[in-house]
Design a protein around this ligand. Structure first.
Ligand SMILES: [Zn+2]
Length: 206
C-alpha cells in the first residue's frame, strides 16, 4: 500500500500506532520502514530519511540501511543530484534552522520572510563556495564549517558559539564520523546529528 496509495498508507500507519501501540521494537521498525517509503512517494524525501533512521534505531536492519545509503547523503538528508546541491541544502537548512530557533518559532510567518532569508543565506553560500575553502573537505569538515559560518540576519546578532557534540552517557566528545550513540550503526552526522531537510523545515517537524 505504501507503494500504490501512499496517502492512505500514512493514515493507516498513524491509526495503527494510535489504536494499537507497538509492543515489539521489530514491529515498530517494520512499520517505520514502510512509512518511510510512503513519505518518499508523497514527496517528503527528508521526512522519509528521518523515518528510516528512526527505524534503524529501533532495530538494525539490512534493507533499511540500504535504503538510507541509497537515498540519504552524509548530512542525513535526502540525497540531491550532485554533491554541490547536497552541500547547499545542508548549508541552507543549518542557517534556516538557526534563524527560526533565534526567533523561537518553527516556521516562517510569511513567504516574504522566507524569500528574504533564502537570499541572505544564498549570498553567504556563494561567498563561501567561491572562497575555495570547501574544496577537498569531507562532509564532516564541511558541516563544521557551515555551523561556524556566521550570517548576520536582520534584527539580531546570533550566538557564535561553536556546536560541541557530546555523548551524555559516556561524557565523550563525539566525532561526526563516529558511530552514533543511539545504536543505529550509522555515523553520528547522518543519524542523531543529522541536518533536517527542506520538507521538514517547511512543516516545522525538525
Ligand atoms: Zn543516532
Amino acid at each position: 500500500m505504501s507503494r500504490h496509495d501512499p496517502g492512505g498508507a500514512v493514515g493507516h500507519f498513524s491509526r495503527a500506532l494510535r489504536e494499537c501501540p507497538v509492543a515489539r521494537k521489530r514491529d515498530l521498525a517494520r512499520l517505520l520502514y514502510y512509512l518511510g517509503m510512503a513519505l518518499r512517494r508523497l514527496g517528503f524525501p527528508n521526512s522519509a530519511v528521518r523515518t528510516w533512521i528512526t527505524s534503524q534505531r529501533a532495530r538494525r536492519h539490512r534493507q533499511t540501511r540500504e535504503l538510507i545509503q541509497r537515498f540519504a547523503n552524509g548530512y542525513g538528508m535526502a540525497r540531491q543530484l550532485s554533491g554541490d546541491l547536497d552541500d547547499w541544502q545542508a548549508f541552507y537548512a543549518i542557517h534556516t534552522k538557526r534563524y527560526l530557533r533565534c526567533f523561537g518559532k518553527r516556521a516562517f510567518s510569511s513567504a516574504d520572510e522566507r524569500c528574504m532569508l533564502a537570499d541572505i543565506i544564498r549570498d553567504s553560500w556563494l561567498t563561501l563556495r567561491e572562497s575555495g575553502t570547501l574544496e577537498g573537505k569531507s562532509t564532516a569538515e564541511k558541516s563544521v564549517l557551515f555551523q561556524a559560518t556566521n550570517i548576520d540576519f536582520p534584527l539580531f546578532h546570533q550566538a557564535r558559539d561553536p556546536v560541541v557534540r557530546v555523548d551524555f552517557r559516556t561524557g565523550e566528545r563525539l566525532c561526526a564520523e563516529s558511530p552514533c550513540f543511539c545504536g543505529s550503526g550509522l555515523p553520528f552526522l547522518a543519524c542523531c546529528g543529522r541536518t533536517p531537510g527542506e520538507d521538514e523545515l517547511e512543516t516545522g517537524f525538525f
